[in-house]
Design a protein around this ligand. Sequence first.
Ligand code: ZN
Length: 336
Amino acid sequence: MTISRVQKSFVCYRHLGIAVDPIHVGTGGTRLGRVDNTIVRDPATKIPKIPGSSLAGALRAYVAMAQENTRDPSQREKPYYPDCAGQGQPRSGGSDGHCGQRNCPVCTVFGFARSSGGSSGFAGLAAFSDMHLLLFPVPTREGPMWITSPSALQLAGADERIEEVIKDEHRVYRPKGGAGCVNLGWLMLEVEALEVELDGALDGVPENIRKRVALVSDKLFSHIVNSNLETRTSVAIDASTGAAQDGALFTYEALPRGSVLQWEVTCRFPGHFSIDNQPLQAVQTPDDVHNVVKKGYPYLEALGIGGMTTRGMGRLRVLGNSGSDAYADGAQGGEA
Ligand SMILES: [Zn+2]
């Protein structure tokens, strides 16, 4: 009698990151009020977010760079970077996009349009959720405070009863409790004591931020976030003269420095997939897939995500990214 081992078909890894610069992931120039270049928002809540596709795109390029930097030069028939980065279209320079080989960590983890053996595309073993706000920094007369909401905390694993904590939609709930009023931006609100512990949902958040957390209702959260986004003004440069273009002043909004974002990476079990009817070689387990993804994280802190990265924007520090598994708290799996 043989005993077949039950393999997990996927594992979810949760991550937190903090904006080191303002981050602008744009919608492509829709004008909203006074702002020319708006950022992506959740259609239901109007809360800004970074689409998972933006994260996947940035990480694909950074993982390709990291793999290229550490690879044995004698094994180098085809460069991971730039070939396996990007969207895989043939380039004018002669290289022809993703290698699509089963021993390529970039193409197996992030997918490709067409394999080297000619068979059709591969979706990739890692899937990225949107990056949602967990904590948002707001100036107050007592210094910065990081606000959060029941929905944001639930996404971070808090009990759904957290909603019941908010008895009055127009108040701010703080762990140390009621001390009159606090201003969040231009809004003046009464403070109430927060009678539950948020610790589990805030695991991994630095202590200096954690002690300045305040809870507000989902509705108020959206309102406060949207009225405290960073707005910058810039001017387009005329390439032929190197001077400012006439009438080319534009404004853009961004998540401010200090915003704490949360996202999930779902890693599929490589043994359930094949390329050209052959098993995958680059990765064997969901942990292997996750380890490939993590190689891109240090580059997010150096090179950033989104637009305007050459104007001092976009850098994101993944919290707990020490190169170990320590920061992938709360891994959840599904049985095959
Ligand atoms: Zn490849």
